[in-house]
Design a protein around this ligand. Structure first.
Ligand SMILES: Cc1cc2nc3c(=O)[nH]c(=O)nc-3n(C[C@H](O)[C@H](O)[C@H](O)COP(=O)(O)O)c2cc1C
Length: 399
């Protein structure tokens, strides 16, 4: 038997049997058993196993109670808490409910491409252990929008709760599509009626030319189009009941490029920005210098201050008029709080989950509640943008 096949069988056996073993004891054994086991696998297998585990109820549920001040309303939607799962973990919409039960206030599925595609050759995810960071060049591996939308529709049909949890869908484009606009149009048409928000992802560094869509003329054209498509697809719904459209931007833009994007978003009444995607920068102080040479987008702590400073700039440029989802290197309550005070209404994370496991969600929520109360806020919403000086007095309240 070919060595590759043998290895694959062994891996499948290890994954399935360890999955069964921990099935009933997820709570007690996640930390001492599952977490170290995941670190032994290569990063992509660990990720696949984590999704498998979540899908099969093996990820511990968050049994704690959130402080009431963490609940927030954004775009008229209720979020139980502002800490969400960033795109890239549940790319195919396989474990949304498990991740909500693990304590996230919302989940962003994707990126999803219209047609299925493999993405870049493996290995394409690298752990920079000593930096608690990751470099990935996945290149939008996706099962395609039909399957993902089918999963999300089935989920909604089976949910009996009046509050099924907030689920956004992050849209990408196929590598070989020449007409990018058409791919995003397809994504919007497919998901408009089931997504709580839609993200136009034009900032992955791993799809050739994708980031060029952030350029002024192309961006205005694209956003105008997808907004029109959303509105035409959901004519029967009132504008407020249509899913907000957000743009996910790169942390590697110049101030001028950022200003252009902000101007377009304000002009077209885009509903918000996800700030930010991974960076192609390689800060000098990375400890894992050799791995840092891998091509791809860097995430985790080295991205933290880069993304927070862009959040702050955008909040200032917009006088707080655009909703910001802050993402990049959040691994503690302080990190989340910094991004909120810089102007983010909601927070997302991914890399810290890969290193720390789902316990990090409770840790961040509890710590954030303490920080907010320590500083006299009644709710997370009150703290948004408090570190930013803005021109309009309406937004100028500061602590
Ligand atoms: C392995 C991996 C895959 C990712 N895939 C996507 C993706 O498909 N779409 C996307 O918009 N962002 C993707 N991201 C970026 C994350 O959503 C997030 O913006 C970035 O990792 C910064 O957050 P973090 O430091 O908390 O991980 C991915 C990140 C990682 C580590």
């Amino acid at each position: 038997m070919a060595l590759r096949l043998k290895l694959r069988l062994i891996r499948t056996f290890v994954i399935t049997s360890s999955g069964l073993i921990v099935y009933t004891i997820a709570d007690k054994f996640y930390e001492p058993v599952l977490k170290p086991a995941l670190q032994l696998l290569d990063p992509e297998s660990a990720h696949d196993f984590a999704v498998f585990a979540a899908k099969h109820g093996l990820v511990p549920k968050d049994k704690g109670k959130d402080w009431s001040g963490l609940a927030c309303e954004v775009w008229g939607r209720q979020f139980e808490n502002p800490i969400g799962l960033a795109a890239g973990f549940d790319k195919h919409g396989e474990c949304v409910d498990a991740m909500l039960s693990a304590g996230f206030g919302f989940v962003e599925v994707g990126s999803v491409t219209p047609e299925p595609q493999e993405g870049n050759p493996k290995p394409r995810i690298f752990r920079l252990e000593k930096d608690r960071a990751v470099i990935n060049r996945c290149g939008f591996n996706s099962v395609g929008s039909s399957l993902v939308s089918e999963r999300l529709r089935r989920r909604l049909a089976h949910i009996h709760s009046a509050q099924p949890g907030v689920v956004g869908v992050n849209l990408g484009k196929n590598k070989d599509t020449e007409d990018s606009k058409l791919d995003y149009e397809k994504g919007v048409v497919t998901f408009a009626d089931i997504a709580d928000y839609l993200v136009i992802n034009i900032s992955s560094p791993n799809t050739p030319n994708l980031r060029n869509l952030q350029q002024k003329n192309q961006l205005a054209d694209l956003l105008e189009h997808v907004i029109a498509v959303r509105d035409a697809s959901l004519k029967e719904r009132s504008p407020k009941a249509r899913p907000p459209i957000l743009v996910k931007i790169s942390p590697d833009l110049t101030d001028e490029e950022l200003q252009d994007i902000v101007d377009i978003c304000l002009k077209l009444s885009v509903d918000g920005m996800v700030i930010s995607n991974t960076t192609v920068q390689r800060p000098h102080d990375l400890v894992e210098a050799k791995l840092a040479a891998e091509k791809g987008g860097l995430s985790g702590p080295p991205l933290k201050d880069i993304s927070t400073s862009i959040i702050q700039k955008v909040y200032r440029m917009t006088d707080g008029r655009l909703v910001i989802i802050g993402v990049g290197g959040v691994s503690s309550a302080e990190d989340a709080y910094d991004k909120i005070r810089a102007g983010a209404s909601l927070i997302e994370l991914y890399t810290a989950l890969a290193y720390e496991g789902p316990g990090i969600i409770r840790k961040i929520k509890t710590g954030l509640s303490e920080l907010l109360q320590r500083d006299g806020f009644q709710s997370v919403q009150e703290a948004v943008g408090k570190n930013v000086l803005v021109s309009s007095s309406q937004y100028g309240m500061r602590n």
